[in-house]
Design a protein around this ligand. Structure first.
Ligand code: FES
Length: 165
């Protein structure tokens, strides 16, 4: 008969086998779990910079430029169409604004409403933005239009992901 606090052979084997079994199961499961959730651990969606237009084509008047980007979202890869309002500001610097309204996501147009010339106008709920993309107070949007990451290389304008300011 086992004395108090003494481990029997059966208990010793139980503990040992449970420990070794658990260790082996963890060794097999960890790589599978890691593989399954890997895309979730990566930050957001990735997007390369893509050429959109020649710098020489950019005017003071905003032009809507459409372009396609390869998007990787988790396991899902797709080609999506995006667009940007591109122009040169008064300092001759290139500006590329997202056309997605910050109210509920409609597409804004440049100077399309005769009552508000030289502004971005959202036809959905009358949202307005000044040329620099700042929302006009008193209209539905509560934030400025997102700005595209950009670079100029060999005379071409490349755009990346639009980011909030
Ligand atoms: S979605 Fe643009 S004002 Fe509502």
């Amino acid at each position: 008969m086992a004395k108090k606090n003494e481990v029997t052979r059966r208990q010793f084997l139980n503990y040992t086998l449970t420990g070794v079994g658990g260790f082996m199961a963890a060794g097999m499961l960890m790589p599978m779990v890691r593989f399954a959730i890997d895309p979730v651990l990566k930050e957001g969606t990735e997007q390369e910079m893509v050429p959109v237009m020649d710098v020489s084509e950019i005017t003071k008047e905003p032009q809507r430029k459409k372009f396609k980007v390869d998007q990787v979202d988790g396991w899902y890869e797709s080609e999506v169409e995006q667009s940007a309002w591109v122009y040169k500001d008064e300092k001759d610097e290139i500006v590329a604004l997202s056309p997605v309204c910050k109210h509920l996501g409609c597409t804004v147009d440049w100077s399309s409403n005769a009552a508000y010339p030289d502004q971005f106008y959202c036809p959905c709920h009358g949202g307005r933005y000044t040329k620099d993309g700042v929302n006009v107070p008193g209209t539905p949007p509560l934030a400025p239009l997102d700005v595209y990451k950009m670079k100029v290389e060999k005379g071409k304008l490349y755009l990346g992901k639009p980011e909030p300011r």
